[in-house]
Ligand binder design. Structure first.
Ligand code: F3S
Length: 111
């Protein structure tokens, strides 16, 4: 069992989730985070912390694709320790549809 980050995180990247994670599961791309499923202890602490409702349990409807997505990019992106800057326009991207196709950046974070 794991929690995973969905495309709702893209360009929001609030990072409130990080503070609640006791297992350092999060990995950072340029404009979103993912959870490494193998590290998640299924505590659920991060899920209610996300202002964009971007985190779901792997048993949620439609979550299967996000488990694979999180596994793939957690292997490619660096682990994130402490939160960085939140995008200035993060609030504007809450709930915007289709962000995976139009806004996703597969590059690892470099900071
Ligand atoms: Fe993303 Fe939500 Fe965390 S927007 S960075 S999953 S708090």
């Amino acid at each position: 069992m794991t929690f995973v980050v969905t495309d709702k995180c893209i360009r929001c990247k609030f990072q409130d989730c990080l503070q609640s994670c006791p297992a350092s599961c999060f990995h950072e791309g340029v404009n979103m985070l993912v959870i490494r499923p193998e590290d998640c202890i299924d505590c659920g602490a991060c899920e209610p912390e996300c202002p964009a409702d971007a985190i779901v349990r792997d048993t949620a409807p439609g979550a299967e694709q996000w488990v694979e997505f999180n596994r793939k990019y957690a292997a490619l992106w660096p682990r994130i320790g402490s939160p960085g800057e939140v995008p200035e326009d993060a609030d504007d991207w809450i709930g915007v549809e289709g962000k995976l196709d139009s806004e996703f950046d597969p590059s690892p974070a470099t900071n």
